[in-house]
Ligand binder design. Structure first.
Ligand code: C2G
Length: 129
């Protein structure tokens, strides 16, 4: 059973999120997703997520392609999360390309192309217009 792990805020869930989860699962047999806390998300995005952690986790967990979700407390704890979940593959969008190469002794590290033309930030801005 090959476990794939990925992480994200997944605020205002959109097709870019769904497509990377789909492509991540295709690299193994099961997919576990670390969902960033509100605090971590605010640090990464310079804004508080529209949807709180419990709601973002609930929506990700509801997806058929996701086997399990857990809380991502910090960017620095990836090694722990990978070991806790016995992940063989770490997947993330190529906006992070190179950032997690140090994990290569632990698991395969795969950067996948982001889906162009969609982002939570742009979506929020459109809603606000
Ligand atoms: N993504 C994508 N295409 C988009 C938007 C997002 O492929 N148009 C991907 C991102 O590259 C990421 C995942 O969807 O792999 C989740 O995106 P975010 O919620 O923005 O997560 P991020 O802030 O990149 O958090 O520890 C790593 C971080 O928690 C990743």
């Amino acid at each position: 059973m090959k476990t794939v792990i990925t992480f994200g805020t997944f605020d205002v869930l959109h097709v870019g999120h769904l497509r990377i989860l789909e492509r991540a699962l295709a690299l193994g047999d099961r997919l576990v997703v670390g969902v960033s806390t509100d605090e971590l998300s605010a640090e990464k995005k310079q804004r508080t997520p529209i949807y709180p952690l419990h709601e973002r986790m609930r929506l990700i967990k509801a997806l058929r392609m996701v086997d399990d979700v857990f809380v991502e407390e910090s960017l620095e704890r990836k090694r722990d999360y990978i070991l806790e979940h016995s992940a063989a593959v770490f997947v993330i969008g190529d906006d992070w390309a190179g950032k997690f190469d140090a994990l290569r002794d632990l698991c395969e590290v795969v950067y996948l192309p982001r889906t162009p033309g969609i982002s939570t930030t742009a979506t929020i801005e459109k809603i606000r217009d």
